[in-house]
Design a protein around this ligand. Sequence first.
Ligand SMILES: CC(C)(COP(=O)(O)OP(=O)(O)OC[C@H]1O[C@@H](n2cnc3c(N)ncnc32)[C@H](O)[C@@H]1OP(=O)(O)O)[C@@H](O)C(=O)NCCC(=O)NCCS
Length: 382
Amino acid sequence: MTSDAPALSPGLEGVAIAESSVSRVDGEAGRLIYRGYSIGDLALDATFEEVVALLYDGELPNAPRLAEISAQLEHDRALTDAQIEHARGAAALTHPMFALQAATATLGPMVNDFESNVDEATPRGIAAIAKVGHLVGVIAQAVDGRPYDGPRPGESHASMMLRMITGEEPSELYLRTMNALLILQADHSAGNASTFTARVVTSTKSEPESVISAAIGALSGPAHGGANEASLRLFQEIGDPSRAEEQIGRMLDDRYKIPGFGHRVYHVKDPRSLVIQQLATKVIEEGSEVADLYEIALTVEKVATDRLGSRGLFPNVDLFSGCIFAAIGIPIDFFTPIFAAARTLGWAVHMREQWDSGNRIFRPTQVYTGQEPRAFVAIDQR
Ligand SMILES: CC(C)(COP(=O)(O)OP(=O)(O)OC[C@H]1O[C@@H](n2cnc3c(N)ncnc32)[C@H](O)[C@@H]1OP(=O)(O)O)[C@@H](O)C(=O)NCCC(=O)NCCS
């Protein structure tokens, strides 16, 4: 390494990558706000459509604005027959998250020249939110061997998704819960891995659907969105709440990273977990199998907090979100695709903010650790 090497920040910790007014994560206070409003108030009192308007407009919508944005989402969710067939085909080949990534890419246009259409950033973003939610439903029906049964007139975004994914008419309580889950996962500042990915791809002037598709890939990993799936699988493996304490203790002795635990920014319990647990008391305790898994989650929280809390490691959103997804009838492989459909809102708003802020291409540097220049050696002399 040469003496003029730039400072290295693994994982870009502490590096500001953008100015943003969309949402703020306060990791010390354990607070998350969207446009100034607390995530708890929004998740428990607003609809996903209201939050779409809030994140785009910067203000909560009045009734006419809410009607307008709801109608726009409903209109824009339409998919072509070819897009539906492609998504169903992809669902037969790969994990729903990768099928969603591929299907989202097919929403893009035949041209690749977004800079000359950049005034479309808002409508194209809103269309992506509407269509990605619909695609999750299309993929769920295909995985379940059901025929395509698309959105119905007047259905909210949460209702369309929940009905298409589960194949059941959602109850009021489940619908309210789905709405809250979509809202809680809609944004998490510019610095999380998938939103950062969305901004990096935007900075190359890529088409919006390609931005969203790339961000879905980033969200799929178990260190990011995939942790909700991983945590529920772990609880299923533990199986019995009476075994949780011993097993988690052993895993921590082996330095295993507990999914749903720890966070780069939060050094207290993730505020989204607190809201999810409020919902959980209403929903999870209804179903015995899920109630057991939830009990395991609570034991994991206790054991891991006793061991790791002093190091600033606490439950994140994914420790409990899997349990509540399962409680409302969502298959485990669809936890992360639903997270992606929710976060498409954040990605789309950050894409527009990135363009509005000048959209300089991301091009960080490196600390080179390789060979100094040397002479090429012909193959017969090696
Ligand atoms: C979220 C996460 C990726 C943050 O990563 P990070 O900021 O780079 O933190 P690190 O992975 O460097 O962890 C720092 C220390 O805490 C420990 N740690 C972090 N998360 C842990 C976990 N879930 N279980 C046990 N130990 C954990 C690490 O082993 C490391 O210990 P060390 O310093 O002794 O080596 C990480 O906490 C993690 O992998 N958590 C599990 C996956 C998850 O829930 N992701 C969803 C996030 S919303």
